[in-house]
Design a protein around this ligand. Structure first.
Ligand SMILES: [Fe+2]
Length: 302
């Protein structure tokens, strides 16, 4: 098997302090690793976001986990396709294999597996016919959102077909769902979340959003409240997607890209039985929620 997990992403940003404040408000724990600003999810011994300083906000790199055999498989595919290894970008600690996707984003595949994450208690809800929460308040005891893992990233791309080909044929991911010419959702070859990478057609490449899982729709609401109360701009939400089915709320970071809280995302079976399908454009956004407004726009500076 080739890539087995999405470990982390790194952004180049013009102001580290602004980034630290945003992600801490969002509910991640800041720290420093090898001189780089890093963030972890609640109770989890693994960095999931890195920020490095640079002129403009950009995706600095995506990091995937695999094993030695998976990395050897990817190396073999690179040789066949004439894709060469690159050096690790400035400020990214090395290790593993570094290559570039067709949009020029640095990709790292390391011999590392995803650490276990906090298993939150099951969301207790009084649904019709199942009134199980007798004499207890429904709201969670913790009045703050603390995401427990990074779920996925979405990138704008002017080369949708080439990017899908790279992530599937070189990295070994699989297409979950497609809205032809608009968006493709990709899952890991071992199944799991409906998408860990999504690719959205645009005139220019860019980092659109990263998404973090929380325990319940309640925690999505708490998270949006804590970020909006701190003065950050709303992105889009609360709502539910069609493809992936997840509940969502997106908040704008200081550079107009987005951080998403999600829960209840569709799970793809590990046995490879999932068949990718094409969907109509109206399925690319939402089942319900507020009007998307400028949600899908690419604000990344050229
Ligand atoms: Fe998302």
């Amino acid at each position: 098997m080739s890539v087995q997990s999405l470990l982390s992403y790194a952004l180049t940003v013009p102001e580290l302090k602004a980034g630290q404040k945003f992600y801490a408000t969002f509910g991640l724990a800041p720290g420093e690793r090898d001189g780089v600003l890093a963030f972890r999810c609640d109770g989890r011994d693994q960095d999931q976001v890195f920020l490095v300083e640079g002129k403009k906000k950009r995706l600095n790199h995506l990091r995937f986990g695999s094993d030695d055999q998976g990395i050897a498989t990817i190396r073999g595919r690179m040789r066949k396709r004439g894709i060469t290894e690159i050096d690790a970008p400035h400020n990214a600690f090395g290790g593993g294999l570094w290559l570039e996707d067709p949009d020029g984003h640095a990709i790292n595949v390391r011999p590392e597996s995803a650490q276990p994450w906090r298993s939150a208690p099951a969301f207790a809800i009084n649904s019709p016919g199942h009134y199980e929460r007798n004499g207890r308040r429904g709201a969670p005891k913790r009045h703050e959102a603390r995401p427990h893992r990074l779920g996925h990233v979405l990138l704008h791309t002017p080369r949708l077909d080439q990017m899908v080909a790279f992530y599937t044929e070189t990295l070994g991911m699989k297409v979950t769902d497609r809205v032809p010419g608009i968006i493709s959702f990709l899952h890991l070859p071992g199944g799991g979340d409906h998408h860990v990478v999504a690719l959205l057609a645009d005139a220019r490449s860019g980092f659109h959003h990263a998404s973090f899982e929380v325990a319940s729709p309640d925690e999505i609401g708490l998270g949006a409240h804590q970020v909006l109360s701190a003065g950050y701009k709303n992105g889009w939400g609360f709502g539910r997607h069609v493809l992936g089915s997840n509940f969502f709320h997106y908040l704008r970071d200081p550079w107009n890209s987005l951080a998403e809280y999600f829960c209840d995302i569709d799970q793809i079976p590990a046995d490879g039985s999932w068949q990718a399908e094409d969907h109509p454009p109206e399925d690319s956004l939402y089942l319900w929620g507020p009007q998307p407004g400028d949600f899908a726009l690419n604000f990344e500076e050229a």
